[in-house]
Design a protein around this ligand. Structure first.
Ligand SMILES: [Zn+2]
Length: 474
């Protein structure tokens, strides 16, 4: 709960604005890092503030403040009212209070041990265990282990009776081992990113994953370069997350399709008329927006316009059905969307963000998929990405490559990459695994001023036929 009376501030704003909202946010971030067994980072940051929002003459406007006194909140509302009144003369669309539904409810992210009672010493101990376990060979030249734990509280109030309160325990862990010899170097990493508590800080897991990434970094160092050819490609979930993020999530954001983001983040190859008619991928492709996915990084019950968040299918049987657009983008475009109006911080206005976008599981085991490939490659863990402003033509690189010959896994290859164009690529999807794994990132960038926000992506391994694969420089 905030340490002020939000209703007092709202009633002050309501004298001048037909509708007003207030979003209070408090976030504590703790970062710890260990490199080559030495503690390298031990930081704590606290951010706390309020975003004041008003609707005047059909236009929504904002002002943010970290001054949570009554005078501070009144000043912020005065500023929001003045700028909104002035900007409303140039509004893109005449909104109404219907775009701010009255809602009440609460959300608390799932975990076994809340981060508030998780000792930071335990986190450091796990990171040190991981760093030590990577030290298996003198060719391992860098052993890094990083953890960020975040506790967030977001409370939302409005003059039409909304009151929601949401709290999140968030964890982002990354281990990386780099092996080097001569001019060649190769890295292998492991990550765990989601809504978790202290239960994920298990020394045995950190030790085991540290040993695995170091062993695989050495294997990559000794491996030949990835061949260049058209072949079948199996992508593991930790690369599928990036494939989904860049070639489904971003192009389906309705604000991009409306052109709002073209100066900075870019546009989209998807046109408004494509919803309901574009065959985005093969019939095996089912993609959901799922804010209720357990432990996923961007799960929530209400977005920052107070819209109740529900699971929706964006692509069903390969057909494009629904965009990633908030209540505002939905009325502007006349297209169906989702509850994804999100701000990265108390001092940012919400925009359309993808949140959790998942590829729904199919029926195949990974072994079945490998057995069905005559000449192909399995790739895991994103290393690099490049995609054009329209989210159409892309090339992605992975850390780990494993050739597949006559239905069996064969040798490891380094620097595996693949390229394609979005709709053609997804139409090559010919098998979807049954076992989904969930990944996420805190670093999805968009908006002016810039907003870096959390997203989650769950996916099974997937098989794509006839993809352009190529090797590269290390
Ligand atoms: Zn992004």
């Amino acid at each position: 709960m905030p340490n002020f009376d939000p209703r007092l501030a709202l009633s002050y704003a309501h004298r001048s604005a037909p509708w007003a909202g207030l979003r209070y946010s408090r976030e504590t971030t703790q970062m710890r890092a260990v490199r080559n067994d030495a503690p390298e980072k031990n930081e704590t940051a606290l951010e706390e503030g309020v975003m004041c929002e008003v609707l005047i003459d059909g236009h929504f406007g904002y002002a943010a403040t970290a001054d949570l006194s009554s005078m501070g909140l009144q000043r912020a509302f005065d500023q929001a009212i003045a700028t909104t009144r002035s900007a409303s003369r140039h509004k893109a669309y005449a909104f109404t209070q219907a775009q701010r539904e009255a809602v009440q409810g609460s959300y608390q992210s799932l975990c076994q041990t809340r981060l508030a009672v998780t000792p930071l010493a335990l986190i450091t101990k796990c990171l040190q265990a991981a760093s030590k376990s990577m030290g298996i060979d003198s060719k391992i030249v860098n052993r890094s282990a990083h953890a960020m734990v975040v506790q967030t509280q977001i409370d939302y109030y409005s003059t039409n009776g909304s009151h929601t309160t949401q709290s999140f325990d968030l964890v982002d862990i990354a281990l990386t081992a780099t092996a080097a010899e001569g001019m060649q170097s190769q890295s292998r990493s492991w990550s765990q990113t989601g809504q978790h508590g202290g239960e994920v800080f298990d020394e045995a897991v950190f030790t085991q994953q540290g040993l695995r990434v170091a062993t695989e970094a050495l294997a990559l160092l000794a491996a030949p370069n990835c061949p260049s050819a058209s072949m079948d490609l199996i992508l593991m979930p930790d690369q599928m997350m990036l494939q989904i993020h860049e070639s489904i999530g971003h192009p389906l954001e309705l604000d991009r399709i409306l052109g709002d983001e073209r100066n900075f983040a870019g546009w989209s190859f998807v046109q408004p008329g494509d919803f309901g008619s574009l065959r985005y991928g093969s019939t095996l492709m089912n993609v959901s927006f799922d804010p209720g996915k357990a432990n996923s990084f961007a799960s929530y019950a209400f977005d920052d316009a107070g819209s109740p968040a529900r699971r929706e299918l964006l692509i069903e049987g390969g057909m494009l059905k629904r965009g990633l657009g908030s209540v505002e983008s939905q009325v502007r475009s006349g297209l169906p969307g989702v509850a994804n109006f999100r701000a990265s911080s108390w001092n940012r206005a919400p925009i359309d963000r993808m949140a959790n976008v998942n590829l729904e599981p199919g029926t195949e085991t990974l072994e079945d998929m490998i057995a069905s490939v005559d000449e192909g490659i399995l790739m895991a863990t994103n290393r690099s990405w490049s995609i054009d402003d329209y989210r159409n033509k892309f090339q992605f690189g992975c850390e780990w490559g494993r050739l597949i010959k006559q239905g069996k896994l064969a040798g490891v290859v380094r620097n595996p990459n693949y390229r394609g164009t979005t709709v053609d690529f997804w139409n090559r999807l010919s098998a979807v695994g049954r076992d989904q794994a969930t990944y996420g990132t805190p670093y999805c960038g968009k908006g002016e001023p810039s907003q870096v926000i959390r997203v989650g992506h769950a996916s099974p391994p997937c098989l794509f036929r006839g993809v352009q694969v190529f090797g590269g420089q290390s």
